[in-house]
Design a protein. Structure first.
Lengths: 284, 396, 321
């Protein structure tokens, strides 16, 4: 029973971290048709610099601000400087963004060295709620709360505001939306930067949930985020949430009840969904 | 005219390609090579190894032997076996190196030493490495001893010194993890202890909570949370309130690097682990080495830096014995002799496996290391053909 | 007469390349020959992928997994059954590769475009996961070492130079077949499917079957390169089968120019030569150079490098007349 509760909580917590990372990827893919391979690198950029600032100032808030903004700034540079020349040319996007993965990763190796780093947990979130003989850390509960709050805000932004309406319209048909006299460029840039910010944000907040991070974390998170987009469906907050929670729970339950196939679980889930609902569980 | 220009440009292209491959001019210096995965998965370990090697050749070892200057050429394998082999070929056939300091990761080592064996180029691995090197290679010196040699003493220590009776295991499901854990368990159970549970998680796991939740009560937890990515396990173990003592049967690089341990933070304090070298050893020359390293890189040397220094010492001692003669057979003979290094006194078995102490250490709250026990083991091949396997025995 | 001359000049680059490749062992040292061998093997893999990637518009991301299945089959048969003869190992490896692509194609062809890419990615990762999971058999991430050069049973043993010519011959034969497939009516209908699936369906083509056959042909040649690779490098590791390798092959095609066949070989050349020489210049900062090269390549050669070279050669030919 204790094991079940811990697995469940841990799965939900991991799910919300995945949600924060995958939302940006999903929105950018849905709205602009860009496969951003460097999304994981943005996560890593946020995690490294944000955690560094947080550890130096003992302020989680400042860390989140710096980490998220850095990721957003790098995202802005990538979009305006390079990717805007390659809308609708997915192969070229793959090459450009992969180039950025190499560059960003190696710069981080240069600055921070290659050893793994631990995440930052503020003093007021130390400790754990006892569950049986073990405990579930407070900061993981706080990640669930923060993730849920972010989810509600993003959902409201998508459904209840004019910007959200434009984004949804742009996903359905960019040409007609532009034809109606709406300039999609600022919306595109804004979405890209928001996605990048969320990835950086997840880097700082989620690092302790992942047990820390290293130079390979960006790539790993990117592949899990792709899994989230496949399972949940591309282009909506609801889809990202469903996909993220399903994968988060599946990975954790496999760790508890099916250790021998744990390595395959996420990919089997992806294949099953692609076979029976190729567009993902939640379609727009 | 334009026809000629086109032909000319093609000729230039071919000439450029040939230029690329021109062998270096006939060499006076004695050349040594080093291949490490300085980028990619193994980057942190490789960086430290190369720092140790560089410092050794810059400040501690003779600059020339028999009037011939020493030159070390460093190459990156990008943690890819393919590239490692290409770089080995480049070092041997183009640069004409006489000895190579080998890569760290198992896959790389088997790939490169396969080629280096054919070319009869002596290869020194830093620290411990897979037992297959002793079994299947003829020109590789495993200076730190084979992997099984490193985890076997941990089993002895746990039963005889720490007086633990039962043990639960949590380890990365990799070949090297099995190598470590199996030999640890063989020693521990051989003396009378009992391994009550084994959990294996896939490489790249970040979600340790389910594994931690299932850990059964035992006297201690033996782990091999390996590879640069697996360190995630320790923070989760601590945060979820695992109280029992933890022994990481092999340091996996990070736990014996002062820099890394500081970055991982409080969650590794109190953990016991084992390795060939820590900066607090009282071996000849170690104090000077630690000081110089601290001055140059801003932190005490980690285990791989010390192993780099030791491997360089072994190589140079061998070259001194041959008087600068670099024929493979002469080098082979010279390398077999024992050498005093910062890691301690290194001897080799006839199968080129190192015999030197394994130190079981505990990480203190100020991130320094307390040596709890040092045990010397050796690995010998028993049996023939397909039945052959390594037998580990305690020397002292 | 004039026509014939133009036609001859058109093939000058290919002939020059062929002669250079044949003469290579007497021009270059063994290090470079080994590099060229690897370029040819991965070039063949990339070219076989281009058949479905560039010509049919199926973005497969499991090509390295099929390559790996063939290579691992060879390695495992050698390791556990001590089979040395190339005439047993090669058919076994090829049939496993074809079997895998038959299954993968059947599963993945339910999806299109980006979704096809994603599902093949997941399928490829299953193979990757298996090579790690069953580490008692496959050697896990340490890989399967010490696979020897092929034994043709002709009473001589291979040297690296023989191995190079062996690879070259198989490469030329395979590329010839791929070239014929692409320029056959079947190949033209594949390109038709890439341009407009609905039109082809309306014209009465069995689109699904065309795709499926193309996928299996491509998988067959991935198997060929996998077998060559296992013998050449002597080592199979999970990294040879995973997303890194699949992505690498895809990058080769994109850099060289997709849907051009030769572009894939150029891409393979560029990637390996960059990797080998740039990493020698700066051992730990070179990925930055590699990344910048990717970005620059995209900014200045938007359709890949082969179309640029092709245009240049056409210009040269035009001026010669």
């Amino acid at each position: 029973m204790d094991t079940l509760i811990i697995t469940l909580l841990s799965g939900i917590c991991y799910g919300f971290v995945l949600f924060l990372v995958a939302t940006g990827l999903s929105l950018v893919l849905g709205l602009m048709g860009i496969v951003n391979l460097a999304h994981g690198a943005l996560f890593m950029a946020g995690a490294y610099t944000g955690t560094y600032v947080a550890k130096a100032t003992h302020s989680l808030f400042l860390g989140i601000l710096v980490g998220g903004s850095l990721a957003a700034a790098v995202g802005f540079l990538m979009e305006r400087g390079f990717l805007r020349f390659f809308y609708k040319q997915q192969l070229m996007q793959i090459l450009v963004t992969l180039g950025f993965v190499h560059i960003i990763t190696n710069i981080h190796q240069w600055i921070y060295g290659g050893w793994p780093q631990s995440g930052f947990i503020p003093s007021y979130l130390q400790g754990a709620i006892p569950i049986g003989d073990l405990g579930f850390p407070y900061h993981r509960l706080s990640v669930i709360v923060v993730g849920a709050a972010a989810c509600v805000i993003l959902w409201l932004l998508q459904e209840k505001t004019k910007i959200g309406a434009i984004v949804r319209a742009g996903m359905n048909d960019a040409e007609i939306t532009t034809g109606l006299g709406i300039n999609l460029t600022p919306i595109n840039v804004g979405t890209f930067c928001l996605g990048a910010f969320l990835a950086g944000f997840a880097g700082v907040v989620g690092a302790p949930v992942l047990g820390g991070f290293n130079l390979g974390s960006g790539q790993e998170m990117f592949f899990v985020a792709i899994g989230v987009c496949i399972v949940g469906g591309v282009g909506s907050i609801q889809g990202a949430l469903v996909g993220a929670l399903l994968i988060g729970l599946a990975v954790n339950f496999a760790g508890t009840y099916a250790q021998s196939i744990a390595i395959f679980v996420m990919y089997m889930l992806m294949i099953l969904v692609l076979l029976f609902k190729p567009a993902g569980l939640i379609t727009r | 005219m334009k026809k000629f220009r086109a032909l000319l440009s093609i000729t230039c292209l071919i000439a450029a390609l040939i230029g690329f491959t021109m062998p270096a001019s006939a060499a006076e210096p004695i050349k040594l090579g080093a291949i490490f995965g300085l980028t990619g998965l193994m980057a942190p370990i490789a960086e430290e190894s190369v720092q140790g090697l560089k410092l050794a050749f810059e400040q501690f070892l003779p600059k020339e032997i028999g009037g011939r200057p020493i030159e070390v050429i460093y190459e990156d394998s990008s943690s890819k076996p393919d590239l490692a082999v290409q770089k080995a070929k480049k070092l041997v056939e183009r640069d004409k190196v006489c000895m190579i300091f080998g890569p760290v990761h198992g896959g790389h080592v088997m790939a490169t030493t396969g080629y280096l064996d054919q070319m009869k180029v002596p290869t020194l691995t830093l620290g411990t490495n897979t037992g297959a090197l002793i079994m299947h290679r003829k020109w590789t010196w495993v200076t730190g001893g084979a992997n099984p040699q490193c985890s076997y003493p941990v089993g002895v220590f746990a039963y005889e010194n720490a007086r633990f009776k039962t043990c639960t295991v949590l380890a990365t499901d990799r070949e090297v993890g099995h190598e470590f854990i199996e030999n640890f368990a063989a020693a521990f159970e051989g003396l009378g202890g009992k391994v009550i549970q084994q959990q294996w998680f896939p490489p790249g796991t970040t979600q340790f909570a389910p594994y931690v939740a299932q850990i059964q009560k035992a006297d201690f937890l033996a782990t091999w949370i390996g590879d640069a990515d697996g360190i995630a396990g320790f923070p989760t173990l601590r945060q979820m309130g695992i109280k029992m003592p933890i022994i990481q049967v092999n340091h996996a690089g990070a736990l014996l690097s002062p820099k890394a341990v500081k970055q991982i933070g409080d969650s590794v304090v109190g953990i016991m682990t084992a390795g060939n070298y820590v900066s607090t050893l009282a071996t000849p020359g170690n104090k000077e080495f630690v000081q110089a390293y601290q001055k140059k890189y801003g932190a005490p040397p980690g285990t791989f830096a010390g192993q780099g220094m030791s491997a360089a010492q072994v190589a140079m001692a061998a070259l001194k014995r041959t008087g600068g003669d670099t024929t493979p057979e002469k080098l082979r003979e010279a390398l077999m002799q024992p050498t005093d290094t910062v890691m301690g006194h290194i001897e080799f078995t006839k199968d080129r496996g190192g015999i030197n102490p394994i130190h079981i250490v505990q990480i203190e709250p100020d991130f320094s290391y307390k040596v709890l026990k040092s045990i010397v083991t050796r690995a010998d091949i028993v049996g023939e053909g397909k039945e052959a396997k390594l037998k580990i025995s305690v020397v002292r | 007469m004039v026509f014939k001359k133009a036609r001859f000049i058109r093939f000058v680059p290919s002939l020059a390349l062929l002669l250079l490749l044949i003469a290579a062992p007497s021009i270059f040292d063994r290090v470079f020959i080994s590099l060229i061998s690897q370029i040819l093997i991965y070039g063949l893999l990339a070219m076989s992928l281009d058949l479905i990637f560039g010509y049919t518009g199926m973005w497969s991301f499991c090509h390295a997994a099929i390559f790996g299945v063939a290579g691992y089959t060879v390695g495992l048969l050698f390791k556990y059954y001590s089979i040395k003869s190339f005439w047993v190992l090669a058919p076994a490896g090829l049939s496993m590769a074809v079997l895998t692509s038959l299954i993968f194609g059947f599963v993945a062809l339910r999806a299109r475009t980006v979704y096809f890419l994603l599902i093949t990615f997941a399928l490829g990762q299953l193979i990757y996961g298996m090579t790690i999971k069953f580490n008692k058999i496959t050697g896990g991430s340490d890989g399967l070492p010490d696979i020897p050069f092929p034994d043709l049973g002709l009473g001589f043993s291979f040297t690296p130079t023989y191995m190079y010519y062996f690879i070259l011959i198989i490469f030329i034969l395979s590329v010839f077949v791929l070239y014929r497939v692409i320029h056959s009516p079947f190949g033209h209908s594949l390109q038709g499917i890439r341009e407009s699936e609905n039109r082809m369906r309306a014209l009465g083509y069995k689109v699904w079957l065309h795709r499926y056959i193309a996928f299996v042909i491509s998988g067959f040649f991935a198997g060929v390169s996998g077998i060559l690779y296992a013998h050449f490098s002597g080592l199979m590791t999970p990294d040879n089968t995973g997303f890194t390798a699949s992505g690498l092959v895809m990058i080769m095609i994109i850099i060289g120019g997709s849907g051009t066949l030769w572009g894939a070989l150029i891409g393979s050349f560029i990637i390996f030569v960059l990797e080998f020489y740039v990493s020698g210049i700066s051992t730990d900062r070179w990925p930055i150079v590699l990344g910048v090269c990717f970005v620059v390549a995209v900014m200045f050669a938007r359709r890949g490098i082969f179309p640029v070279l092709d245009r240049l050669w056409n210009k040269v030919m035009a001026q010669m007349d």
